[in-house]
Design a protein around this ligand. Structure first.
Ligand code: ZN
Ligand code: ZN
Length: 416
């Protein structure tokens, strides 16, 4: 029997799951402030959907998708990202526009696993379909900023750029092509491939020699058409107006080809992340709905990587919550059960020690289960109707009359 998880997957053990839940809760709260509602789409779709979204023309579609023929002969792909499924749903159900949606769920890409990069990974994302901007562009960037600040991640930088549109890109593409042709001898093999397929992606190259060379390469933001220029300037002005810290980065282009105009990325300088320092990003995708056969519809969104956010947050500490009841003698088990029922009925999580475990063993279990309180009941306590309540967080204990137990456990003021 195989007793390890498949390469590139990750188990969220109880402690990590607690942290995952916390991140997701913060995310829901933050996007809720901006009027986003949840959408849940399937984890797999018809392969054609991903083939049709122009964002996946290159690396992802060729090498990285989990594709299979199901038992009914359908060509199916595990979703490598959230946007295509959501755009499909918008068209399929003819959703009234504009619409603001968010999602949380697993995505799948057959990539080389490394720290912070998995083959099954979770994304937290937003999509605003039907708003031309530039206000929504800024709102979306602000959501990311607010979310990271709320999590206590202070070292996140927001890089902002514009990647233009179908009007302004061709001229830039030609100029960039000429630049790459002139410098063919100096660029890495990966970049030679990119130069043929999609030259703008060369800016993603991590090779130091390429990076240095591209400082002097033509940047799309310097080739923007009048409309794109206006849009971008408004975005920048509004970011300043709203006091959202950002960095204009002309070399920042996003991984997906379908982005238009505003593109942005959230980068962490946390030492936990190393080379995988991007916590996520997004951009405008004004042509995607049309590419899917819908009407021309402006849209913008982002996707954040849950595993990297968790890495940046650091190892979680257990959150202590339940009450562990230890009757000191099997004859008192009945009183223990009564208290157990009383606590649960009052919505207080509670557990009861098994009679075959003594006090010492019981305290060990309570600690393992990250309980907040231990209540010890001995025969004297039963007689006096006064129980010993130990607070495992504050490492204190006190005697509490039985009829005040609930009050003491639920009243944070009284806790000691
Ligand atoms: Zn343009
Ligand atoms: Zn390169």
């Amino acid at each position: 029997m195989i007793i390890s998880n498949p390469k590139g997957t990750q188990d969220f053990l109880p402690l990590q799951s607690g942290q995952k839940h916390l991140v997701e809760t913060r995310f829901r709260e933050t996007v809720g402030l901006y009027g986003f509602s949840e959408i849940v789409t399937p984890t797999f779709e018809h392969t054609e959907l991903f083939l049709r979204s122009t964002g996946l023309t290159t690396d992802i579609i060729t090498k990285q998708i989990y594709q299979f023929i199901d038992k009914g002969g359908r060509d199916i792909t595990l979703r490598p990202e959230g946007t295509p499924g959501i755009v499909r749903a918008v068209l399929q159900y003819n959703l009234k526009l504009p619409v603001r949606m968010f999602y949380i769920g697993p995505m799948f890409r057959y990539e080389r696993p490394q720290k912070g990069r998995y083959r099954e990974f979770y994304q937290l994302g937003v999509e605003a379909v039907g708003e031309i901007g530039p206000d929504i562009d800024v709102e979306i960037i602000e959501i990311g900023s607010r979310f990271f600040t709320g999590l206590g991640l202070k070292d996140v930088i927001t890089k902002v750029n514009s990647v233009g549109c179908a009007v302004c890109r061709p001229k830039h593409r030609t100029e960039l092509g000429l630049f790459l042709e002139r410098n063919k001898a100096k660029i890495c093999d990966d970049c030679k491939g990119r130069a043929e397929r999609n030259p703008m992606r060369i800016f993603d190259c991590k090779e130091a020699t390429c990076q240095e060379l591209y400082i002097n390469a033509p940047k799309i933001v310097d080739y923007l058409c009048f409309d794109c220029q206006q849009h971008f300037q408004s975005v920048l002005n509004e970011l300043v107006e709203r006091k959202i810290p950002f960095e204009l980065n002309k070399m920042m282009v996003r991984g997906l080809d379908y982005y238009t105009r505003t593109a942005f990325e959230f980068v962490s300088s946390s030492s936990e992340l190393g080379a995988q320092d991007s916590l996520g990003g997004g951009g405008r995708y004004d042509n995607l709905v049309e590419d899917f056969g819908g009407p021309k519809t402006p849209a913008i969104g982002f996707a954040l990587g849950l595993e990297r956010i968790m890495l940046a947050l650091g190892t979680p500490r257990p959150i202590r919550k339940a009450v562990y009841i230890i009757p000191l003698d099997p004859s008192i088990q009945k009183q223990g059960k009564e208290l157990l029922r009383l606590l649960r009925n009052a919505n207080i999580p509670a557990l009861l020690n098994n009679p075959d475990k003594n006090l010492r063993a019981g305290l060990g279990i309570a600690d393992n289960l990250a309980c907040e309180y231990v209540i010890i009941i001995g025969s004297e306590e039963v007689k006096k109707q006064i129980y010993t309540v130990k607070n495992l967080v504050k490492r204190t204990q006190k005697q509490v009359p039985q009829n005040q137990i609930i009050e003491v456990l639920t009243n944070k003021e009284n806790q000691s």
